[in-house]
Design a protein around this ligand. Structure first.
Ligand code: HEC
Length: 292
């Protein structure tokens, strides 16, 4: 009975301590893995966003410096070569066919094309861009997906008035295609809309969860191996000898003093063997004297 209790309690307390260390390590490393994963996902999104935004700005600049002056001089008002916004819209449609996990939107709350009206959270982004009158980075939820979005204000300039001033002054094909209700009455210098370019944010929590699970399994295996190593060491080196010594001491206490205790161990347990062996011999001698 007593042997069994000693055996289980030693290994159990090792198991308990290892479990506590495992849980603490998991909490600390799990938090680190989560924070690092989050940072990594955001950094990745930011660098993709810079790239995409750079491309949008390049399109804008080409229209402004090359196409617009050339075609306006000739009195030609074909929108994609006059308006960088229109060209960006067309280019982004082609781009998104190939890369559906990105987002490019041109929004305005007074648009020619009703598809450009802000949807959902886009209105709040347009309001913020208008308030601050500068580029902003925001997150935007579209159905199930979350995007990191760069929103750039679109400011009406003199050239824009060719088409966006009034239905009367706009080229006829504009009015024929878009009607007279919306998309006009813009004022120079006013923020009329925003260009949104976005990259999908990989679901941070899912990534962190999967990584933490992997960590838990690896750590668990690591601690499992340590536990089995310590456990078998304890059993071999401590528990079994202590049980043997306990039995020997019990035998001696019952007067059975014939069995010699032998060990070649040189450590503390070896000392204990030798001490009990000395005890056994003393009692053996005393008993044989008594019997005489
Ligand atoms: C030659 C005519 C023309 C000029 C000049 C023009 N646009 Fe436009 N713009 C359009 C057309 C046409 C659309 C609608 C495009 C579509 O259907 O995709 C449009 C759309 C837009 C949109 C998207 C919202 C909407 O109305 O659908 C914005 C924003 C915009 N233009 C800004 C500008 C700015 C800023 C300028 C001046 C720098 C400008 N436009 C100059 C013709 C023009």
């Amino acid at each position: 009975m007593a042997d069994k209790k000693a055996k289980t309690s030693l290994t159990q307390s090792v198991a308990r301590n290892l479990l506590i260390i495992y849980l603490i390590s998991l909490a600390v490393l799990g938090t680190a893995v989560y924070l690092y994963g989050k940072k990594q996902v955001l950094n990745e999104a930011r660098s993709k966003l810079r790239l995409l935004n750079g491309m949008a700005i390049a399109i804008h600049d080409v229209v402004k410096s090359e196409l617009q002056p050339h075609f306006l001089k000739k009195g030609e008002f074909y929108p994609p070569v006059i308006s960088s916004t229109v060209l960006l819209k067309l280019a982004s449609e082609k781009f998104l066919e190939r890369h559906p996990d990105y987002l490019v939107r041109v929004i305005s709350d007074n648009p020619l094309d009703p598809n450009d009206l802000p949807r959902g959270e886009e209105q709040a982004i347009l309001d913020a861009v208008r308030r601050e009158n500068r580029g902003l980075i925001r997150t935007l939820k579209v159905s199930q997906n979350t995007y990191m979005v760069h929103a750039q204000p679109i400011v009406a300039e003199k050239e824009c008035m060719i088409c966006h001033y009034s239905p009367e002054s706009a080229p006829r094909f504009i009015v024929e295609q878009y009607g007279t209700k919306s998309g006009y009455g813009w004022k120079i210098g006013e923020v009329v809309g925003a260009t949104l370019v976005g990259v999908q944010l990989a679901p941070v929590l899912t990534i962190a969860f999967v990584r933490t699970m992997i960590l838990a399994v690896i750590l668990g295996a690591f601690f499992g191996v340590i536990f089995f190593a310590i456990n078998s060491f304890l059993r071999r080196q401590v528990v079994t000898p202590v049980v043997e010594l306990t039995e020997a001491a019990q035998q001696i206490s019952h007067g059975k003093v014939d069995k010699e205790l032998k060990t070649d161990r040189t450590d503390e347990i070896g000392d204990l063997y030798r001490a009990i062996e000395l005890l056994r011999r003393s009692i053996q001698v005393a008993l044989s004297r008594l019997k005489r």
